[in-house]
Design a protein around this ligand. Structure first.
Ligand SMILES: Nc1ncnc2c1ncn2[C@@H]1O[C@H](COP(=O)(O)OP(=O)(O)OP(=O)(O)O)[C@@H](O)[C@H]1O
Ligand SMILES: [Mg+2]
Length: 490
């Protein structure tokens, strides 16, 4: 058994205490979960554990086979994959291991190949990452972590772009690493993942461990949720969500109509789809079904035939924060950047700092963004708060259709509810929202309508007024997916 012991870790950023005298003991053998609301200090803790950042004070020791050492290796799978898009999968895994490769070329290759097979990405080995979906990028990160033969493995929301099946495979893999004596840590906002992947979950709040849930009876989704919503935040959230009526679908103005639409790269064919005012439309389907690509086509982020011809204003938010956040700019600038000249300039046509400040002040309040001051760099915000900045900036545009891939990626459970409420109320003003979601509970909470894609075609359309609960929705989606698969085989 190995053990990682941190004592009295503190880390400040200006006035913010990201870690505030944190003590933690992490033991190998099982996967350990770390959960906490947005801004709790999870990513900071991961950066300190991995040595990416030095704590202001505190100590970190690994006890390996009974010997205490400060010299140990940590591998990280980041929330936003840190990969080289212009290199192949293979080359990505070679970076940083060139010496090792040269020393034992064949062995290194065989090992890499084994790991690629284990993660089912061996068929992509020679492809450049830029041509591959986010799910593969994440698995490349995981492969790299495994290749590094580290003592400690940190997984920061590693499966947010993976299907249920892929996630399950990943969790089994993590479990195997833990049993092989590695310290394995999973940071995630998904309660069901914490319960199914971990046997020990630590709750982090305001830079400190405030609770530990262990064993089947203590470690339940309800118990974690209760711990996470103990913040002052919740009072504002629950009221925001209450009493949203399901909009009736008929007679709503059609904002966008796709006719026999085909993805230019072949991800889907022959799609007829109306996007109606007043509707949150969710496109559902596993990776490869065409749902993600159809979302991108509606967001005008991806070409299709025939292309989109009508002129309704559309704003699109990509899945990866790398494509949505201007990381060299402040929070205020990120909030203003999607808006046109008419809103952000003075009568003389120069940039109006007053207008930007006003917008930023209002948006920080309206979208409950946790930030010291809006002039701070956007990268100083926690992941969930960056997502709120992007969403707020987009909602402020007042576009006819807002298209979002994975709207609550990396967002804590109370902020999720806020985001659903914001999207719904946006629709009530005669607009439409189109989402690609990977989690059925999310679809259930936010959608008026779910369109299921399977193998590049629309397999079914579900009006949420006919759905009674999450399992009912799971069942109906699965039925459509099976039917489509069957139709294609026969
Ligand atoms: N580089 C930085 N500069 C300034 N402040 C920072 C920086 N990194 C983190 N912080 C602040 O430290 C606090 C903890 O942030 P952290 O990113 O660790 O939270 P988190 O638990 O990972 O949140 P999330 O769930 O949203 O990802 C936040 O208030 C954040 O704004
Ligand atoms: Mg984080």
């Amino acid at each position: 058994m190995n053990e990682l012991i941190a004592t009295g870790l503190t880390k400040r950023y200006g006035a913010t205490r990201a870690l505030s005298g944190l003590d933690i003991r992490l033991i190998s053998g099982t996967v350990i979960g770390i959960a906490g609301p947005n801004g709790a200090g999870k990513s900071t803790l991961m950066r300190v554990l991995s040595g990416e950042e030095r704590p202001d004070s505190g100590d970190l020791v690994l006890v390996r086979d009974g010997q205490a050492t400060r010299d140990f290796k940590v591998a990280v799978v980041h929330q936003e994959p840190q990969v080289w898009p212009n290199l192949s999968v293979w080359k990505n895994l070679e970076v940083g291991r060139e010496e090792e490769e040269r020393a034992s070329q064949n062995r290194g290759d065989a090992e890499t190949e084994k790991i690629l097979r284990l993660l089912s990405i061996d068929m992509f080995a020679d492809f450049e990452l830029v041509d591959l979906p986010l799910a593969v990028h994440q698995r490349v990160e995981i492969a790299r972590a495994m290749l590094h033969k580290a003592d400690v493995f940190l997984f920061d929301e590693p499966n947010s772009a993976l299907t249920d099946e892929e996630s399950k495979a990943l969790f089994e893999l993590m479990e195997r690493l833990a049993q092989a004596g590695k310290i394995v840590i999973l940071v995630t906002h998904r309660l069901n993942d914490l319960v199914s992947a971990c046997s020990d979950v630590m709750i982090l709040r305001e830079g400190r461990i405030v609770a530990e849930l262990r064993g089947d009876s203590a470690l339940t989704e309800a118990a974690i949720a209760a711990q996470l919503t103990l913040t002052e935040h919740v009072a504002t959230t629950t009221s925001a969500v209450g009493g949203t009526p399901k909009t009736p679908m008929k007679d709503q103005k059609v904002l966008l109509a796709l006719k026999s639409c085909a993805d230019a790269a072949g991800a889907f064919q022959n799609v007829d789809l109306d996007v109606r005012a007043g509707t949150v439309l969710v496109l559902a389907g596993v990776e490869g079904s065409g749902a993600r690509e159809l979302t991108q086509v509606i967001g005008q982020f991806r070409p299709a035939n025939p292309g989109r011809t009508n002129g309704c204003a559309t704003e699109y938010i990509a899945a990866s924060r790398k494509h949505t956040v201007f990381s060299n700019m402040s929070v205020a600038e990120n909030l203003a950047i999607r808006l046109g000249r008419d809103r952000m300039t003075t009568a003389a046509g120069t940039l109006s700092l007053a207008a930007i400040n006003r917008l930023a002040d209002n948006s920080v309040r309206r979208y409950t963004i946790k930030v010291g001051h809006h002039s701070n760099p956007v990268t100083s915000l926690s992941g969930g708060n960056q997502q709120k900045v992007v969403l707020g900036a987009t909602l402020e545009t007042n576009a006819d259709i807002i298209v979002v891939e994975e709207p609550t990626r990396g967002v804590d459970i109370s902020s999720k509810r806020e985001i659903y409420a914001l999207l719904k109320s946006y629709c009530r003003a005669g607009k439409a929202v189109v989402l690609f979601c990977t989690e059925v509970p999310e679809m259930y909470d936010v959608a008026d309508e779910v369109v299921v894609l399977s193998r590049g075609s629309i397999a079914g359309r579900i009006s949420m007024s006919e759905i009674s609960n999450v399992s009912h929705l799971v069942e109906v989606i699965a039925r459509f997916e099976r039917k489509e698969a069957h139709a294609q085989i026969s």
